[in-house]
Design a protein around this ligand. Sequence first.
Ligand SMILES: Cc1ncc(COP(=O)(O)O)c(C=O)c1O
Length: 472
Amino acid sequence: MTEKKLAIDGGPKAVEQLGPFPTKIGKSELLEVLDLWEMSEGTKKQIVSLIEKETDLKGPHLFRYYNPRPSKVAAAEKAMREMVGVKHCLATNSCTSALVASYRALGIGAGDEVIVPAYTFFATSATVAAANAIPVIVEVDDTLCLDPEAVEKAITPRTKAIVPVHMRGAPAQMDALLDVANRHGIPIIEDAAQAGGGSFRGKRLGSLGTMGCFSFDYYKVIVSGEGGFITTNDKRLYTRAQNWHDCAACWRPDRFAEEQEGEELFCGENYRMSELEGAVALAQIRRTEEILTGHRRAKKRIKAGIEPIEGMRFRRVTDEAGDTGICLVFFLKDAEQTKKALPAIQAEGVPAGGIYDKKVRDWHVFNYWQHILEKKSVASDNLPWSGVAKENLPKYSTDMCPRTLGLLSRAIMVDVDTNLSDADCDAVAEGINKVLKTLGSARKPTTVVPKKGHADTEYQAETDVVKNRKKK
Ligand SMILES: Cc1ncc(COP(=O)(O)O)c(C=O)c1O
């Protein structure tokens, strides 16, 4: 038998071509995805028969990197970058991971402190501990966001970040918070998980601080089921967050390149967004204005239809135009009145809830953050509470933020759907009014003189009333 010339020496290749093979993900996977959408049997049958007849179906490449087709995740990052108005944007698989990656990008670790509000979803605070740092829990005020004065008092030489949360879709007091942060040279990470698309004085949330973190989990303003984004104008922080989020498989797509500016090579985790979520996120980002317009219109109409009673106040909103409008919060005279009003309002069919009830466990209120208050750890090393942090640990207790608990126990939160019709809004306001009338007399109108720095005229009027009372 004559020996064949080796391919390496110019002979014929033993393997000219393998395949063709069908793509890894094909018809059955597409049908499962379609099944997520509820549609009429007729439509479904037509789509299924069309797909089954298709002879040249090429499945998707669901990994965001090395995708032969344009990546949906990359397109969603671009759309988010443009919408928020920042230079860099990184998609992640959640806001929880976006927060950890941001803390890590800033170099936050053992012994460092991060200031978080006493009213936020637990993840804001838990991620600080997950990054081996110490959460310092601070009071919110009647904006239901961080109180800038309380923040300033909580700053120590170990404070490495301040995390305002734009809670329930409304912007925190970013002017005052940035003033405090800048005077102390501390970066702000905006937790905009609940406020996608919102803004403060014309600037989108997530563009005011050093970094911004968003959640696209199903219950948020703009959603992809699961998902998150980090926004920043700082290239170094972007690169570090990207490396952390991609198992430190650095600098993709040029993953074996040398470190560019230093401090970019470290061990990370995997927080990558898949192309499935990227596609949904992209469509939702493009619909942001339409979604927000619906929420804002409905919220305005419900608020205008409510007839406040004595002792009642709406939540102070720092910038009505920038509020996403996903809910309307008001405070009643006291916790007792709120407890009485809430079931009656719910019985009217109004989609309302309380925020704090001593007997109901809720991950949004600090005194239920048992894992933090009791300084629990996943391992026997007792991190983050051991080592260098040990000497300066905060004293946590269930009553350490009494103002927050007081406000939350008086609050009623009305969900505002983007699709509510005017008639729906009027019915919601009517349901609330019916109950309020049984609880107290109509609030007397106040002459309001808006003052600089207070966008919410009602709050200003209330403040003046309190000040005048004190003078007397
Ligand atoms: C304020 C806040 N931060 C962070 C998160 C965590 O977001 P995700 O579920 O995307 O991890 C949430 C989610 O509810 C949140 O409300």
